[in-house]
Design a protein around this ligand. Structure first.
Ligand code: ZN
Length: 404
């Protein structure tokens, strides 16, 4: 099919796409472990939207540790005829908004301004939830015989490790070994990155314990906060020195060890805190094993405690994922995606690796070829998150060009 026909058809859906986006983003979809109530309300809306387009849907639900039901929605087209299948996998959950007062407006009252849609989850991953839904809608209107079968998977729990989302769907054998997978959840502003590899991931919770005391007599206590700062900063430097390999495929091309969340400690200025809880997010190049990073960190904590009397440090793993083997740069999905991008966007894409961890890594571990690609303005998890309306349309155009 002519490129112009696809562009015309997508642009006819423009207003409807914007409306669906605004509605989707107005429905909160935050994981229970981040203080939310899960994806159920958003999933219900999206499933109804697909059904309103005369598409069939299936729902896969899994109960998490908190008893919350985590829904995943599947819709397929042209799967019957024994054709090769391409999947689009987008996630419904979002991270929490962070400090609401830093946002220009309510993060859950989405709005359009200067061609951008603002709301928590607009860029990550609303843009491609909606692009995927409209890809299958438009494809069903354009042809009865697409070149490939198209499946879309709208999944839960991506932000917190995918235990009740894509991991379960893969374990439940929803995908075939020769399926081709696109995860539109990473990319650059121009849409010229095709991501084939991800770093390993390690999330840690450090509990640093000292002795609480009145701030006027610090000599009688052990300041957990002070020791936590010193310990974490030195640990970060030590990690950077020890695991210092570089790998050109990745951006950035080195392993990262970042101190991120920390929990509130004492309520008064005049109390020396006896406990401090801080977190670290590590993204590790495939050159290293996560277990080696972890044991280095534990040894580091032990020797810090030896040097600092009265300090105890407890290291807990919140999440860990070994780096998955990269998808071959010469694989069918990379070639297909490269030519779709080049013909739709007019420039040759670059094959890269990223910090991760998208759903693509779980497919690679299951030996299913997967790329992550999107026209991504890199606003994920930020205050005043937005995406361009144009990027939703362009993403859908690139996807449609694969099937027509
Ligand atoms: Zn995402």
């Amino acid at each position: 099919m002519e490129k112009d026909q696809i562009i015309k058809k997508v642009s006819e859906n423009r207003q409807q796409i914007i409306n669906s986006m605004l509605k989707t983003l107005s429905i909160k979809s935050i994981s229970p472990s981040s203080g939310g109530t899960g994806e159920s309300n958003r999933a219900e809306y999206l499933e109804k939207l697909l059904i309103s387009f005369d598409l069939k849907t299936q729902r896969y639900e899994y109960k998490d540790k908190t008893g919350c039901v985590r829904p995943n929605i599947i819709s397929t087209l042209g799967f019957e005829k024994n054709k090769k299948r391409i999947w689009l996998v987008a996630h419904m959950d979002t991270v929490a908004p962070g400090e609401i007062k830093l946002w220009n407006r309510d993060p859950f009252e989405p709005y359009v301004l200067d061609g951008k849609i603002y709301a928590r989850g607009s860029s990550d991953n609303g843009q491609d939830l909606i692009a995927s839904i409209y890809t299958i809608k438009i494809l069903s209107e354009l042809t009865k015989t697409p070149k490939y079968g198209l499946g879309i998977a709208l999944v839960a729990d991506e932000e917190m490790g995918s235990e009740y989302g894509i991991q379960k769907l893969i374990n439940d054998k929803l995908f075939n070994k020769d399926d081709l997978v696109i995860v539109p959840d990473a990319g650059d502003e121009k849409g010229l990155w095709i991501e084939v590899a991800e770093k390993g991931m390690l999330w840690l919770r450090f509990t640093i314990m000292g002795k609480q005391i009145h701030a006027s007599v610090p000599n009688e206590g052990v300041n957990a906060y002070l020791h936590a700062m010193e310990f974490l900063m030195t640990l970060r430097e030590d990690l950077q020195k020890k695991f210092n390999a570089q790998n050109k495929l990745f951006a950035p091309n080195y392993s990262t060890f970042e101190i991120t969340k920390h929990e509130a400690n004492v309520e008064s200025i005049n109390i020396i805190p006896g406990t401090e809880i801080s977190y670290m997010d590590c993204r590790v190049l495939p050159e290293y094993k996560i277990a080696d990073v972890l044991s280095f960190i534990k040894k580091n904590a032990e020797s810090f405690c030896m040097r600092n009397k009265g300090v105890k440090i407890n290291v807990e793993v919140v999440n860990k994922e070994e780096a998955a083997p990269p998808t071959d740069s010469n694989s069918e999905i990379v070639k297909l995606m490269s030519s779709a991008v080049e013909s739709s966007l007019g420039a040759k894409p670059k094959i890269i690796g990223i910090g991760g961890g998208t759903c693509a890594a779980f497919f690679r571990k299951a030996k299913i070829d997967a790329v992550a690609w999107s026209i991504d303005n890199q606003m994920a998890h930020q205050i005043n998150e937005y995406c361009y309306v144009e990027s939703i349309l362009k993403d859908a155009e690139v996807f449609l060009s694969l099937f027509l």
